[in-house]
Design a protein around this ligand. Structure first.
Ligand SMILES: Cc1cc2nc3c(=O)[nH]c(=O)nc-3n(C[C@H](O)[C@H](O)[C@H](O)COP(=O)(O)OP(=O)(O)OC[C@H]3O[C@@H](n4cnc5c(N)ncnc54)[C@H](O)[C@@H]3O)c2cc1C
Length: 430
């Protein structure tokens, strides 16, 4: 019997593995894929372009995560943050710098920051006014979440845009484009280079079984059935696969109905030459225009020139699957090429097309989600199962790489010593 079964070699599973290695506790990590990194992996296509699965920015909230990055020894670029909003998919004249709420020509007169808030729609309207709500926050968030804002909780917003003074509309900041320059770290070789390096430091590596799927758990007897036909008894299980799967294994499949995920395509274009001027210095573009299929375009070659190689550039768009939006990869690709053409993309110079459907992209923080999660977590933990991470935990506000890595670590300490898991349940504390 192994003390810990870890399911999944993404940030969460690797966080658990690092912690167990520090403590000298034995474990087996089982990963269905042939490589580590999960959704934070990077894929290099046959043409030599490297793709992340969606735009990934590292923003560490934890010394333990900083330590993991340092120990991994991965080289980091300092990328200049230069995000813009493409308000209408017409042409470059519709590009506005972010944060858009600081680019107003007159202050909204309909702000109600102290009014009651029942959902995300109320939150954006009250804090930013009807004009910004209609022109940006509603259409953009609907594209990203693939869910009406009235069905989404607002409680996570204190961790993202909006709730503090830095983000509320301030006319004084209008026009200060580029005045507050900041950078973010990005691993040379792509986001996945970090997780490959973290995994390579784990010894002994034979505790990791790549290319092996956990088919089911006998949660009462604590035995896992693996895709290679073997079984694996365990004492504790830390799983980072979608909690909906763990619930089915535990006989609680019906509770999954309350959990919603967005589906999207990651669509990448590798192009010869230099990027067109409107894209040349950008880190990302957000697009609220419903006539444009994607909500975010990330200039991956500006994050790391190695993502494209010299004399070329690459851009990755996130195309949601929602009513009226393209549902086939071919249509998603066509929509991206067409829209970026209006920003100067020369389709004749495209040499690589990357299309990957991501069945679960964002865990949607729907109203009532936490009631379900607390109930199922209470049940699963009594059976020694800690379902954590982006879809293991299903809490958007604690599902970036640094939070997931810490969730994996904290699940170990919870299982062994009953320590609280504040990163999972209380990310607002960090
Ligand atoms: C579009 C998008 C944008 C993102 N942007 C950012 C960002 O800007 N910054 C940031 O920090 N993070 C970002 N993330 C999140 C980041 O990718 C996650 O934090 C991280 O990948 C989650 O790690 P995880 O280990 O919880 O889950 P995952 O990465 O999903 O790993 C789960 C692993 O489990 C494996 N698995 C599944 N089923 C089984 C099974 N039955 N048996 C064995 N193994 C199995 C999978 O193959 C996978 O490797 C983004 C993610 C997406 C999708």
């Amino acid at each position: 019997m192994t003390s810990f079964l870890i399911i999944g070699a993404g940030a969460t599973g690797l966080g658990a593995a690092v912690r167990l290695t520090e403590l000298g506790v034995d474990y087996v990590l089982v990963e269905a894929g042939e490589h580590v990194g999960g959704m934070s992996a990077s894929i290099t296509d046959p043409g030599g372009f490297t793709w992340d699965l969606g735009g990934h920015v590292i923003h560490s909230h934890f010394p333990e995560f900083d330590q993991a990055v340092a120990d991994a020894g991965v080289q980091l670029n300092a990328v200049t943050r230069n995000g813009w909003v493409w308000l209408e998919g017409t042409g470059p004249e519709a590009l506005v710098p972010t944060p858009i709420q600081q680019q107003l020509d007159e202050l909204p007169t309909d702000l109600l920051p102290d009014a009651p808030i029942a959902n995300l729609a109320d939150y954006y309207r009250n804090h930013f006014g009807e004009r910004l709500y209609r022109s940006f926050f509603e259409p953009y968030n609907h594209k990203m979440w693939t869910t009406p804002l009235e069905e989404i909780d607002d409680s996570w917003t204190s961790l993202r845009s909006g709730s503090d003074a830095r983000n509320v509309p301030r006319l004084a900041l209008a026009g200060t484009i580029g005045a507050v320059e900041s950078t973010f770290p990005y691993p040379v070789g792509g986001t996945g280079a970090l997780w490959r390096a973290v995994a390579e430091k784990l010894t002994p590596m034979d505790r990791m079984r790549l290319g092996t799927r956990v088919v089911s758990l006998d949660t009462a007897r604590r035995i896992a059935s693996l895709g290679d036909g073997t079984t694996l008894p365990y004492e504790h299980c830390i799983t980072s696969i979608p909690t909906t799967t763990a619930l089915a294994w535990a006989g609680l499949g019906a509770r999954s109905a309350a959990l919603r995920a967005s589906t999207l395509y990651a669509v990448g274009l590798g192009v010869l030459g230099d990027p067109p001027e409107p894209l040349a210095d950008k880190s990302w573009l957000y697009c609220p225009d419903r006539a444009v299929s994607w909500y975010r375009a990330t200039m991956l070659s500006n994050y790391d020139p190695g993502n494209s190689g010299p004399g070329r550039w690459n851009v990755l768009c996130e195309v949601p699957v929602l009513g009226g939006s393209p549902v086939s990869g071919v249509a998603a690709l066509a929509g991206v090429i067409d829209s970026l053409g209006r920003l100067g993309l020369d389709a004749a110079r495209i040499v690589s097309r990357f299309v990957q459907r991501i069945e679960m992209g964002y865990p949607v923080p729907t109203i009532g989600r936490d009631d379900v999660l607390r109930e199922v977590d209470a049940h699963l933990t009594t059976q020694g199962i800690y379902s954590r991470g982006r879809f293991g935990g299903w809490r958007y506000e604690s599902s970036n790489q640094d939070y997931c890595y810490l969730q994996g670590r904290q699940a170990v300490d919870a299982a062994l010593h009953g320590h609280p898991e504040d990163v999972y349940w209380h990310p607002e504390q960090f």
